[in-house]
Ligand binder design. Sequence first.
Ligand SMILES: Cc1cc2nc3c(=O)[nH]c(=O)nc-3n(C[C@H](O)[C@H](O)[C@H](O)COP(=O)(O)O)c2cc1C
Length: 295
Amino acid sequence: MTRKLPGKAERYFTTGISMITSHGPNGSNVMAAEWVMQISYNPILIAIFIHKGSQTLKNIEKTKEFGVNVASEKQTSQVSVAGGYSGSEIDKLQIKNLFNTVKSKKIRAPSISGCTINAECILVKKEKTGDHVMLVGKAIHIQHDESQSPLIYHRNRYFQIGHAIEPQREEIPVDRETFEFFTNLAQKRFVLKCIGVTVKSKNKILVVKQPNSFMQTIPLCIPPSGKNHTRYLEKFLKKMKLDFELCQEPIMKRFVLKYEKNSQRINMIQYNGKTKSDKEHLWKPVNSDPILSIL
Ligand SMILES: Cc1cc2nc3c(=O)[nH]c(=O)nc-3n(C[C@H](O)[C@H](O)[C@H](O)COP(=O)(O)O)c2cc1C
């Protein structure tokens, strides 16, 4: 079957490429597939989308197993052959000096060396989706090779992975006590997710004293995941007897606290607030505190 040239829009998706291995009545086979995706962690499930005319589909329907071998950037020749010819036309795996296969641990289809990931799957679901068939495999054995870099596919061309994009987080050097206060709040989580309210008056910001600590911070709380943030913050403020009106649109502040070689990321959803009462509050000059100065 010949692949139709994509129209304009679908040409802009970006994927990796896998080599799907299978075993059938005529021996083992390999095809190239860009439509491959992990869809569950536990169990590890991988969905592949295969056209009906392929030898691979026939093999998998018979044996109920397949290998997903995620191509590395050095494997463009193998991918081109796996995707350019059908196993019904030629025994691709027998072409000299092309595929380096090894015996799989749990399935009959071979694994391909030099890939970034090799997953051995058993078929758990098959469903027709448009002009392709979705096959979901449960990985019963999986391994990866950190030394290999994945091949990228975009607009019918192969690419290498580029530079990592530096996260746009402001870095704030803090003292040990401040660092410890926030890392304790984070309870060993990589990113501390919190919501806070800033109430400003000229260059001062309203703060509260944190219990059992010297720290003064804006009123902030850590909502359990899944809870509505605004309502949780409102309840928290009520409990603290802080009579604020919250402005409707929160903003996201992402920063990273640095102490010596240690860092703690913070994602803060920040509301602006207005005090409703003229109750005495604790105000702190914004520029006297590195964290408050960025809020
Ligand atoms: C880069 C690339 C990506 C491809 N991705 C898919 C895909 O996701 N699904 C699919 O059915 N065919 C895909 N193909 C086409 C098949 O690999 C091709 O039809 C192959 O000849 C089928 O081999 P078989 O008949 O031996 O199974 C792709 C081809 C290339 C070159």
